[in-house]
Design a protein around this ligand. Structure first.
Ligand code: AMP
Length: 282
């Protein structure tokens, strides 16, 4: 595995692969790698000749007061993990490489994709995500790029942006990788105390309960959202930020649910803000 930190080095590492027409799969991450990230690498290896991973804690997607400074970082461990997983080129730029002095161009996705859910409480978040992913697409020039369904709204935003701006990149969504007890893997799980870690399993359990209710014939969006909210609220360490039910393109779901729906939750446990979701076809 080659590790590079500048765009010039990245181009040198990729030039011969590009000229020989090899396909490039791209996995953008913020590092502190876990098996969720590695599952994206595995999918990229299956589909492509070369796999590029980026590790970049993107300052523009953190709202003021969020955890940009304290976001978990472990570049040495990440390099080892990425190498083991089969990444060919690891791109780990400094912030100045991506946002040099004078940087002032941003990408805004204005459709339903950026309504509700995380948009409400994280102002500017998706502008930062869309901007950095657009830049990384231009820098890496991949054939395919891999994103986790864990960040369901992010995946919708990236799909919209890729289509709207005609990026010649195929977006591949990958399933959520969970711990044995159901908790979605996340770099931010590091913030959890042992008690919060145990309590946070309620997120997944509440989504399973929603699926069970729908399976049993419940179709009321309100009733399902309330059941999920109540179940999480029974856990004293949990502070619910949202429970929302949306359609496949992230519009508010109809009162009587039908078709493909997304049930998404954001819940605070201490200083950890965790998100999780489930997609159900009715
Ligand atoms: P992050 O480093 O948290 O920005 O995540 C980088 C990529 O990994 C994003 O596309 C995430 O959706 C994806 N990802 C994070 N956690 C998981 C998970 N538990 N399962 C699948 N993909 C994930």
């Amino acid at each position: 595995m080659k590790t590079v930190t500048t765009i010039a080095e990245l181009n040198s590492a990729l030039d011969s692969h590009r000229t020989s027409g090899e396909s490039i799969g791209f996995v953008p991450t913020m590092g502190y790698l876990h098996d969720g990230h590695i599952s994206l690498v595995e999918a990229a290896i299956r589909d492509n000749d070369i796999v590029v991973m980026s590790i970049f804690v993107n300052p523009t997607q953190f709202a003021p007061g969020e955890d940009y400074k304290s976001y978990p970082r472990d570049p040495d461990h990440d390099s080892v993990q990425a190498g083991y997983a089969g990444v060919d080129v690891l791109f780990m730029p400094e912030a100045e490489e991506i946002y040099p002095d004078g940087f002032s161009t941003y990408v805004n996705v204005d459709g339903p994709e950026t309504s509700g859910l995380d948009s409400a409480s994280r102002p500017g978040h998706f502008r930062g995500v869309a901007t950095v992913v657009a830049k990384l697409f231009n820098i890496v020039r991949p054939n395919k790029a891999y994103f986790g369904q864990k960040d369901a709204q992010q995946l919708m935003v990236i799909r919209r942006m890729t289509e709207d701006l005609n990026f010649p990149v195929e977006i591949i969504g990958c399933p959520i990788v969970r711990e044995a007890d159901g908790i979605a893997m996340s770099s931010r799980n590091k913030y959890l105390s042992a008690e919060e870690r145990d309590a946070s399993v309620v997120l997944y359990q509440s989504l399973v309960e929603a699926a069970r209710l729908i399976d049993a014939g419940e179709r009321s969006s309100d009733k399902i959202a309330t059941a999920v909210r109540n179940m999480i609220a029974e856990q004293p360490r949990a502070d619910v930020e949202y429970v929302e039910i949306r359609t496949a393109n992230n519009s508010v779901a109809p009162a009587v649910l039908s078709g493909e729906i997304l049930i998404a939750v954001a819940v605070w446990f201490g200083k950890a803000r965790l998100i999780d979701n489930i997609v159900i076809n009715i």
